[in-house]
Design a protein around this ligand. Structure first.
Ligand SMILES: Nc1ncnc2c1ncn2[C@@H]1O[C@H](COP(=O)(O)OP(=O)(O)OP(=O)(O)O)[C@@H](O)[C@H]1O
Length: 303
């Protein structure tokens, strides 16, 4: 059984605004990254999956439960981190953790305390006195502490410093190592790249691409930079495999698709002094998708 399965699941606030019919499967045990620019619909999708928003169409199942009619079961079984962590100002993290354990019939706080220690969370501080990043740590600890079989995390590293971000990614890898599933949204593409096996790109409410990270990267051109001692005798922009080429005096920059061999052969007779080929990152892929505006999306309505 997939951890998440949706069929034409939609949530429209108004015609063309919100989440377009979404067809998505997230397998048990995978880390799935959900990325998209501001306002793309990530939070709407996550809140619909969690049963906090009533779908306007389609169906969704999370751990086998209907996202709307069985949302209580979804809430009980999923470790959820909302985009904006809202917690009572007068309580401490320790109190919230205790309450969460009592609600689970006396569940152990041991792992939660371990998570809190690794995140360097101040357990006894009043939440109202904590910074945004520290409140985020409380939200993460609460989401992770019962080792739920599915974690649904909306921007989990938002507001955290790089060292704590690393710790969080480590915790997510650990969860996966234990066979658990992680669905996370992020703007921070480099972090998705570090933990996720697959990524879904959402834009204007539509899931426009779902791909394995490695396949996504392999489908990208490499950035090529060339330096010459004398002006090249061939038109580099016309090479089969080159795109977006820009010459600047004796330098040239462009994007190269394919292996290095044909490029090196094409340059054999030139006075090449330097060549670099840099693999594209997920950031490049994302920017590529973001820039390319296929006609069907231009006219599409998320209805
Ligand atoms: N309660 C609401 N009522 C009406 N429109 C909304 C509501 N919430 C979100 N929207 C709109 O739905 C679209 C998707 O918003 P959403 O918050 O899901 O995007 P997001 O990808 O999570 O963005 P961000 O990365 O900025 O948090 C946006 O156009 C937003 O303005």
């Amino acid at each position: 059984m997939n951890a998440i399965e949706t069929t034409e699941l939609s949530k429209l606030y108004a015609p063309g605004v919100g989440l377009a019919p979404l067809n998505l499967s997230v397998a048990a045990g995978e880390i799935f990254g959900f990325i998209g620019p501001n306002g793309a619909g990530k939070t709407t999708a996550i809140r619909t999956l969690m049963g906090f928003l009533r779908p306007t169409g389609g169906r969704g199942r999370v751990l086998g439960h209907d996202v709307w009619s069985e949302r209580v079961a979804v809430h009980r079984r999923v470790g959820y981190l909302p985009g904006e962590v809202q917690l009572g100002r007068d309580h401490s993290a320790r109190e919230l953790m205790g309450r969460s354990c009592r609600l689970r019939g006396g569940a152990s706080a041991e792992y939660g305390l371990d998570v809190a220690r690794r995140l360097e969370l101040r357990l006894d501080a009043r939440l109202g006195t904590l910074s945004k990043g520290n409140r985020q740590k409380v939200g993460l600890t609460l989401a992770l502490m019962h080792r739920p079989e599915l974690l649904v995390l909306d921007e989990p590293t938002d507001g955290l410093d790089p060292l704590v971000q690393d710790t969080v990614l480590g915790l997510l890898r650990e969860a996966q190592g234990e066979g658990r599933t992680v669905f996370l949204s992020s703007h921070v593409l480099s972090e998705i790249e570090r933990v996720a096996g697959r990524v879904g790109i959402i834009r204007r409410g539509e899931l426009i691409r779902v791909e394995g990270i490695e396949a996504l990267k392999a489908s990208l051109p490499q950035q090529v930079t060339l330096q010459f001692a004398r002006p090249p005798s061939i038109d580099l922009t016309a090479l089969n495999g080159m795109s977006g080429g820009v010459a600047d005096g004796l330098s040239f920059r462009g994007q190269w698709r394919g292996g290095p061999d044909p490029l090196i052969r094409a340059l054999a007779g030139e006075s090449l002094t330097a060549l670099s080929l840099t693999p594209s990152t997920l950031e490049d892929a994302f920017m590529d998708e973001y820039r390319s505006e296929p006609a069907h999306l231009e006219t599409a309505h998320v209805a």
